[in-house]
Design a protein. Structure first.
Length: 324
C-alpha cells in the first residue's frame, strides 16, 4: 500500500507541475568534514576531494579522487571504493616539476592551482578548480592568502571552499580577504580546526564575506549556477532568488538555498497542498548574501508541500515532495 501511495503522490506532483517535467537530478556537494568533500554531478559522476574525515559518507563509488597534498588528514584514499575506471589525481600528478597540470575526464575539467604557506611547500601542495555543468568549484587545499588568488577573480568561480583554522592555514580574517580577492558567487568555510575537525562555530562566525554560505559536517547542498544573475564588483548577488530544494523528493530533510541582495526581514514557510501552513522555518532579519536552511519534516506525513520565501517586497514559492 505504501508503494502505491507514493506512486500516486509522484503522479500528483507531475499534475501540479502542469507541463513541467519531474525535477531532474541536481549537481550536489556534500561536506563530509574537515577538508573532505563529495561532489555528485547530475549524471551520477562521483568526485571525492581529500578523503579523510570520519565518520563520513563514502558510500558512493568514486569516478575521480583528488588529493591536495600528502598530510595524513587529506589523503586517506583507502576510505573510498573506486570504480574500475576511477582516476586518482594527487599533488604529484597535478604539479609536475613546478608545472601545474589540467585534466579533462568525462567532460569534467580539473585545473590544478597554487596552494602554499609556511606549513605547506608550494611544490607539494595544490588546490583544484573543478568545472562541470556550468559550475566552477574551487577547493583551495591547505593554503594561505596568496597573490595567485587574484588571478582567479576573472575566472567566474561559483563556489570556493576555503580553510579558516588559523593554525595550519588561514585565520578567518585572512580567509575573508582571500574570498573577496577571488570573488566567487558563494564562499564556504572548511577545515575549521586541526583534526579531528568538529566544526568550530566561533571561527566560522568570524569568516564574514558578503557571499558566505555555511555547510556543516555531513550536510549536502544542491550546486547552482547563478551565471544568469547580475552581480556587483563585490560578488554580492543583485537579485532575490529562491532555489529548488535538494534533495527533492526527500525523507525526512531537505536543504533550501536562497539569495538576497540587501539586508531584509525574511520569512520562510511550508504549506500543504490545501494551502494550510505546516511549518515556519525562518522568521528573522538576515544580511545580504547567500543563505542555506535545512528543514526536517520528521513530524509531517508524505505528500506535496510548498515553500514560500518572503523578503521585503519579494515573494517566491516552489514545490517539494515528502516521501516516507
Amino acid at each position: 500500500m505504501k508503494i502505491i501511495h507514493n506512486f500516486i503522490l509522484i503522479i500528483l506532483l507531475l499534475f501540479i507541475n502542469n507541463i513541467e517535467s519531474f525535477p531532474q537530478a541536481s549537481d550536489s556537494l556534500q561536506y563530509i568534514g574537515h577538508a573532505s568533500m563529495k561532489i555528485k554531478t547530475s549524471d551520477e559522476k562521483i568526485i571525492y576531494i581529500d578523503p579523510y574525515h570520519t565518520p563520513g559518507d563514502y558510500s558512493d563509488s568514486a569516478d575521480i579522487i583528488l588529493v591536495t597534498h600528502s598530510h595524513q588528514d587529506h589523503n586517506n584514499v583507502s576510505l573510498v571504493n573506486q570504480k574500475f575506471s576511477c582516476v586518482v589525481i594527487t599533488y604529484a600528478e597535478a604539479n609536475l616539476s613546478g608545472i601545474l597540470q589540467n585534466f579533462n575526464i568525462d567532460n569534467i575539467k580539473i585545473y590544478a592551482v597554487p596552494a602554499y604557506n609556511q606549513n605547506h611547500n608550494r611544490n607539494q601542495c595544490v588546490g583544484y578548480v573543478v568545472e562541470f555543468n556550468g559550475v566552477k568549484l574551487y577547493h583551495t587545499g591547505d593554503t594561505g592568502k596568496i597573490p595567485e588568488m587574484e588571478d582567479l577573480a576573472d575566472s567566474n568561480i561559483t563556489y570556493i571552499l576555503i580553510p579558516v583554522d588559523s593554525i595550519f592555514t588561514m585565520s578567518p580574517q585572512e580567509a575573508t580577504e582571500a574570498a573577496e580577492m577571488i570573488q566567487a558567487d558563494f564562499s564556504i568555510p572548511m577545515h575549521t580546526e586541526p583534526p579531528p575537525d568538529d566544526y568550530n562555530e566561533d571561527k566560522v562566525s568570524r569568516f564574514t564575506p558578503a557571499n558566505r554560505l555555511l555547510v556543516r559536517n555531513g550536510e549536502t547542498i544542491a550546486l547552482v549556477n547563478p551565471s544568469t544573475g547580475v552581480k556587483d564588483n563585490s560578488g554580492r548577488p543583485l537579485e532575490f532568488k529562491l532555489h529548488q530544494s535538494y534533495p527533492n523528493p526527500f525523507n525526512p530533510s531537505t536543504t533550501i538555498n536562497f539569495t538576497i541582495p540587501n539586508a531584509a526581514f525574511v520569512t520562510l514557510k511550508i504549506f500543504d497542498i490545501n494551502g494550510r501552513e505546516a511549518a515556519t522555518i525562518l522568521k528573522k532579519e538576515l544580511p545580504a548574501g547567500v543563505h542555506s536552511i535545512k528543514w526536517n519534516a520528521v513530524n509531517l506525513t508524505s505528500g506535496v508541500y510548498f515553500y514560500r520565501l518572503e523578503a521585503g517586497n519579494f515573494t517566491a514559492t516552489k514545490k517539494l515532495l515528502l516521501l516516507k
